[in-house]
Design a protein. Sequence first.
Length: 360
Amino acid sequence: MAPTTALVRRTTKPRGSDFAPLLREIKTSGLLERRTGRYLVSIVVNLLCLAAVAAGLLLLGNSWLVLLLAVPAAIFTTRAAFFGHDAGHQQIGRSRRLHDAIGRLHANLLLGMSYGWWNDKHNRHHANPNHTDKDPDVAAGVLVWTLDQAEGRTGLHGWLSRNQARIFFPLLTLEGISLKISSIAYLLGRRPRRTAAVELGLIAVHLTAYFGGLLLIMSPPKAIAFALLHHALFGLHLGSVFAPNHKGMEMPAAGTQWGHLEKQVRTSRNVNGNLVTDWLMGGLNYQIEHHLFPNMPRANLRHAQGAVRAHCQHIGVPYLSTGIIDSYAQGLRHMHAVGDRLRQATTLPAATAATAAQTS
């Protein structure tokens, strides 16, 4: 089943009632019940793994071999990001205070990014996925996602748009640093509030402990090299998890009227799961189920897939689940197609000039 991209948009009648029977089935099955004990064990294990990486840094000390530890550091900090994400969706327990504490522990203290900023941005994405006016994840920026966004871009922005499919994965290596910068800018731009001050304080502790610890263990060149490699791998890993979920799927226009189920399913893509894929992608490869039931514990998403797929087939809503490589290929093809208009605009004047020179 081929996905519909931003180049093809549809308007259908509202179908909000289509979601109600599926919601009843999922509730009856118990898949929305919290799995706090499982989360607690997983969080403790991940913290122990991060502690083991820190111990490895101490043992290796001022040796270039410390760069090898950037790989597990990136993997386990990405796991920390998954727990912060799940806390934002209230998946872990029944207390908002508990979720806020877990979210700030993992986002602000362990990663140096704002839990509040991420929640604000991510909730807007969930409310209107792939809507260019409402979803911050597809707003025009370094990358563009529609022909309208690409129109008229020149200079550096034009070059980026023309080549965005080629440079997408290299750009992800900057995501780890970008998350920190965007978080701090967001918090500093807010009116003075207690929560913003707490978040900034936790980020300050993170930055002091992270960079101070590296400089105590190793020389400045090795510390800088480790930090850059760690953040590059972290950004690549985290970005590679989120990239296949929506890129190249349908993008609703302003007049599109979809119910909750259709809006979430048409704009989302699953990646076929197995134990390795599920672990590396934090269960977010079941993106359709996650968008339909954002507060469903991550471990339950794969168990909901059968019911969701069958229901979508029954009501005639396309449900797409594909392999990991194919999911990246579909997203990159879409990005390449969006940049094609700018590439044509660049090559046509050159071709016209060459023709004129030959005729003269």
